[in-house]
Design a protein around this ligand. Structure first.
Ligand code: ZN
Length: 258
């Protein structure tokens, strides 16, 4: 199988997961139809499923137009997003298996926090996870609907996946997330190195997607809430309490106004 990254809107990503044996494909998070339909045509694939990580408009905006072109196209989202995802036909829950063609097989991971129905799709082979707005490169989504505790435990769960697992998220926020990380954890050399790599990629107009869980464990302050430097920074910015959830909550509200 192959993964095609499709830039959409100003900084969104949709993805095409292609079964090379059958030329069938799943679309992850089509925020808008135009660029996704162009990629579908360029790849010469038939879409049999749309996988939505959550209900926000910039993740489902292309659902109707794409489903209209491919009759019988399944639209998968969390069961609790019923009524919030256009055209939803599959009401998934944690641990459910989803598949397209013979090669594209994934498991649903329920990770509430950004929204209450947020899910990720964990591909079997290659090991890759599509995290929407839950886990970003060196960051995470805002906790719009869930609590700090829910978001933190969702992030801990995702970063407990095998370290070599590749991550594809919903937005190209990597550079700005690393600017924040460098302020929170100035002595972390992995952050500095990743920021340099990110600038080089972005200067060449390339996406930073396909990073790994190992990268996140080394540089994502939102899952490094027990590191003394992270704890100290969070407390300096008004954080109270030193549990990992307390530190996470302080970091998240700091980043919201950063
Ligand atoms: Zn969102």
């Amino acid at each position: 199988m192959r993964i095609v990254t499709i830039p959409c809107r100003s900084d969104n990503y949709a993805y095409l997961l292609v079964c090379e044996e059958t030329q069938e494909a799943a679309v992850v998070d089509p925020s808008e139809a135009g660029p996704v339909l162009a990629a579908i045509e360029a790849e010469g694939v038939r879409v049999t499923a749309i996988w939505n990580t959550h209900h926000h408009f910039d993740h489902v905006g292309g659902n109707d137009a794409i489903a209209k072109k491919f009759s019988g196209c399944a639209i998968v989202a969390h069961e609790s997003d019923k009524g919030r995802v256009p055209g939803q036909t599959v009401f998934a829950k944690d641990g459910d298996a989803v598949a397209v063609g013979k090669e594209v097989r994934a498991t649903v991971i329920f990770n509430p926090g950004h929204t209450l129905g947020a899910i990720s799709f964990l591909l079997e082979s290659p090991a890759a996870v599509f995290t929407g707005d839950t886990l970003f490169a060196a960051g995470c989504g805002r906790t719009f609907e869930g609590t700090a505790e829910q978001m933190h435990s969702s992030l801990v769960r995702l970063t407990s996946l095998a370290p070599e697992t590749q991550v594809y998220c919903g937005h190209e926020y990597t550079a700005s997330n690393l600017v924040f990380a460098a302020v929170v954890e100035p002595s972390n050399k992995a952050v500095t190195e990743r920021a340099a790599k990110t600038s080089a990629l972005r200067e060449q107009g390339q996406s930073t997607m396909g990073f790994t869980i190992a990268d996140e464990l080394a540089t994502n302050v939102f899952v490094r809430c027990a590191e003394p430097e992270v704890v100290a920074s969070a407390q300096r910015e008004g954080g109270t309490g030193s549990s990992e959830v307390d530190v996470f909550g302080a970091l998240r509200s700091w980043k919201d106004r950063f």
